[in-house]
Ligand binder design. Structure first.
Ligand SMILES: NC(=O)c1ccc[n+]([C@@H]2O[C@H](COP(=O)([O-])OP(=O)(O)OC[C@H]3O[C@@H](n4cnc5c(N)ncnc54)[C@H](OP(=O)(O)O)[C@@H]3O)[C@@H](O)[C@H]2O)c1
Length: 436
């Protein structure tokens, strides 16, 4: 058995490829079932976020298993294996484990240390459990990733300072508005007419950061106005006008800065829509949706500047250095957590030998018990029989306890192999290396 991760992320694939692979929650069950239907895939889980699509799997055979996961990704995205391969990464065993822990800790995120990824890893565990695609091994690994993510955020300074894609989006707007005014720095957004489209988690963070960056008011558009109103109520110091999504054209005509963060599958703003409008001024669009909410042709229009999540690299690079130093603190903790998982995994190697030993001793116990009971004759009461049986079981369990504990305890692999070999030879256990 072999643990692997196959996937792509903001490091390996542009947003136009990433959005082809995004798997929404509604279709997660079908995707997990499809993966699990391949006999090579023993356990599977999918991490689908705006910046990554990663499949963690327990595979029967590494090469055939990886190729099964690759075929799934190709089929799901509609891209051929050749088109997809340059964007995919594959990590095996220790490297796959280390990668997952880095992801959960936010060390592989575009915005180093951002907190949303931990909720997304938790969601991956929940969906895997609900849809029964996890077995004991991935379940243990993914839960360890969640606890590692929490540890990193409580035991290091990585989680301090509210960092997220939304904060980077607001900073990008500050930078671009500044540049438009001839200043190469972040400027307050107090002169902009700002709109936010969408009222979910990311929009909440957008409002938080807009309020902190001097924005004087926001038009908040959402398909469901009541959700926008609930969100607005949490920002009593920021004037927020809630509007239905049908007011989008009006908003695009009157606002100078529009953020989009909806979970729509297709773009809600494109060049065609913008052309029809009677815009009174230049318009800056910042889209953090994946799949994108703004079509790539929007920036072809005069007076329109459009940015997507990949453009956030520009601001992220500006303040990443300080966070990178803090990230070093987290590395030691991740190594410790990876070692703990690997020790547990290594301990599993001993399970088939322990099981065979147990069966062999159990056979002896049963035979000797029957002999003893028949010698004692029919006068033995039911209670006395039970006591004798319990005695025989107790002796076997006591004898097994110490060797089994020692065999499964953390130790160098070679040492465990030697101990297993000794047990196999002394008790003449039949080799069961194919047992699972
Ligand atoms: N969560 C993250 O960490 C993160 C990070 C970066 C980027 N993103 C991206 O940001 C976007 C929003 O994420 P989120 O976590 O804020 O989502 P969320 O909390 O689930 O909220 C989804 C929002 O999208 C709206 N929406 C859904 N389908 C729509 C449609 N067909 N047309 C118009 N509006 C629609 C919803 O409106 P209703 O209220 O009417 O349902 C709601 O306002 C996604 O594209 C996501 O990939 C997320």
């Amino acid at each position: 058995m072999h643990i692997a991760v196959v996937g792509l992320s903001h490091r390996t694939a542009p947003v136009e490829i990433r959005e082809r692979l995004s798997i929404p929650e509604q279709t997660m069950e079908a995707s997990l079932q499809q993966l699990r239907s391949d006999e090579q895939v023993l356990e599977a889980s999918i991490l689908s976020t705006c910046n990554r699509l990663e499949i963690y799997a327990l595979l029967r055979h590494p090469d055939q298993g990886i190729s099964a996961v690759g075929s799934f990704l190709s089929q799901h995205s509609g891209l051929s294996v050749d088109e997809l391969s340059p964007h995919l990464f594959t990590f095996h065993h220790e490297d796959a484990i280390a990668h997952l822990l880095r992801v959960a800790a936010g060390l592989d995120s575009l915005v180093l240390g951002e907190g949303q990824i931990l909720s997304q890893v938790k969601k991956m565990v929940r969906l895997g459990q609900e849809h029964r695609s996890l077995g004991p091994i991935l379940n243990r690994l993914l839960n360890q990733a969640v606890s590692t993510g929490k540890r990193v955020r409580t035991e290091t300074n990585l989680g301090t300072g509210a960092v997220s894609i939304s904060s980077a989006a607001v900073e990008l707007a500050q930078l671009k508005v500044g540049q438009a005014r001839g200043v190469d720095d972040l400027v307050p957004l107090d002169q902009e007419q700002v709109a936010v489209v969408g009222a979910g988690r990311m929009s909440r963070l957008l409002l938080q950061h807009l309020a902190a960056k001097g924005c004087r008011g926001v038009v908040l558009l959402n398909r469901t106005v009541s959700r926008a109103e609930t969100l607005a109520a949490d920002f009593p110091d920021l004037p927020v006008q809630c509007r239905p999504l049908v007011d989008l054209d009006h908003c695009l005509s009157t606002c100078s800065l529009v953020f989009t963060s909806t979970a729509a599958d297709d773009p809600i703003i494109d060049a065609e829509r913008l052309k029809r409008l009677n815009r009174r001024s230049s318009l800056m669009l910042v889209d953090i949706g994946v799949p994108r909410n703004i079509a790539s042709d929007a920036c072809d229009l005069a007076g329109v500047e459009a940015f997507d999540v990949d453009d956030l690299q520009e601001v992220v690079a500006r303040n990443q250095e300080a966070r990178r130093e803090i990230a070093v603190e987290a590395e030691g903790l991740l190594e410790e957590e990876a070692r703990l998982f690997l020790e547990w995994w290594d301990g599993l190697e001993a399970v088939p030998v322990v099981n065979r030993l147990r069966i062999q001793l159990e056979d002896i116990r049963e035979q000797e018990l029957q002999k003893a009971l028949s010698r004692m004759g029919p006068d033995l009461s039911a209670r006395e029989r039970k006591v004798v049986e319990a005695l025989s079981k107790g002796i076997i369990n006591k004898i097994l306890h110490t060797p089994v504990t020692n065999l499964r305890a953390p130790q160098p692999r070679q040492q465990r192999h030697t101990a297993m070999k000794v047990l196999q030879d002394l008790f003449e256990l039949v080799d069961g290396s194919n047992e699972t």
